[in-house]
Ligand binder design. Structure first.
Ligand SMILES: [Zn+2]
Length: 153
């Protein structure tokens, strides 16, 4: 069983099992019960048990729909772009975008197949605005008056 945890946009725990994304349903003692983000069953879909020395995850019922691999790959791509722009705020966004595109095609994204990665790479125009917004926050505006400019001695 291949599984890992990620955070949702609202900072909730999500459990990814075999490329299906689940959200927390309830937690009882050391057992966490998750359900599919598509609600394909009411509850108890994926179960995570914290045992003494290891954590065990089971998928208690099958999902009768395609995996969330494309969603995961898309998320992975956007996170990489954000990380890269945070580390190199002066680097041009199109250049950064193309470098990440090349690198994810070569090395892949955790939990996604190659074709899912290709499907998930956003078109540049869809990512441009959020990419630039991110960049604007990173670079402080230039001082408009000479008196705004303080030089530390
Ligand atoms: Zn499902």
């Amino acid at each position: 069983m291949e599984w890992f945890k990620i955070k949702s946009e609202k900072d909730h725990d999500l459990l990814v099992v075999n490329n299906f994304i689940h959200r927390v349903d309830r937690i009882r003692d050391k057992t966490e019960y998750y359900k599919c983000i598509q609600n394909c069953y009411e509850q108890n879909h994926a179960i995570l048990k914290n045992l003494k020395n290891k954590t065990d995850v089971i998928l208690s019922k099958p999902h009768y729909h395609p995996t969330h691999g494309v969603k995961l790959a898309n998320r992975g791509f956007r996170n990489k772009l954000k990380e890269e722009l945070t580390q190199n705020p002066t680097k041009p966004v199109p250049k950064t975008f193309n470098e990440i595109r090349r690198s994810v095609i070569t090395s892949g994204i955790e939990g996604a197949t190659n074709s899912e990665v290709i499907d998930a790479i956003p078109v540049f125009t869809s990512i441009k605005s959020s990419g630039y917004r991110k960049k604007m926050k990173m670079i402080p505006p230039l001082p408009s008056k000479l008196s705004d400019l303080t030089i530390e001695r």
